[in-house]
Design a protein. Structure first.
Length: 140
């Protein structure tokens, strides 16, 4: 796991060397976030409940649910840059690390990352969304 910067300002982009699969993952989330800007915010629990029912939920469905609910989960709007941007925001770096932890089945890192930024009542749901989304990418 690549460490997050201490006292990092979520508004400041950071340079980070990540794998091509992680870059694809971030860019996909960026595209989905752009598409979701015009859509109403979704309640995290309701979004996950809909995805639990659907056996054929695609990576776009999981990505949309995550990006539409990310502000609620973090307690503030997440900052995602334009697709193709080389820099990563603190939020994007955190999402990549969360995805990598899910892909590696690294429960300790996953728990740490979720506890560091997500309210207790939302951790399981964010973990569910990220776990399913990380399976769609070659993050490791």
């Amino acid at each position: 796991m690549v460490p997050l910067r201490k006292n990092a300002d979520a508004r400041q982009p950071c340079q980070s060397s990540i794998s091509p699969g992680a870059r694809e993952f971030v860019n996909h989330l960026r595209f989905v976030a752009m598409d979701c800007r015009a859509k109403p915010r979704a309640d995290l629990f309701e979004a996950c409940a809909l995805l639990h029912v659907s056996q054929s939920a695609s990576r776009d469905a999981f990505a949309q649910a995550l990006t539409r609910c990310l502000g609620e989960a973090l307690g503030k709007p997440a900052r995602l840059l334009a697709p193709g941007t080389d820099e990563l925001t603190f939020d994007e770096h955190w999402l990549v690390q969360l995805g990598i932890a899910c892909a590696r089945d690294d429960d300790a890192s996953l728990t740490f990352l979720l506890r560091s930024r997500v309210a207790f009542e939302n951790r399981r749901l964010v973990g569910f969304l990220m776990g399913n989304l990380s399976e769609c990418f070659s993050l490791i």
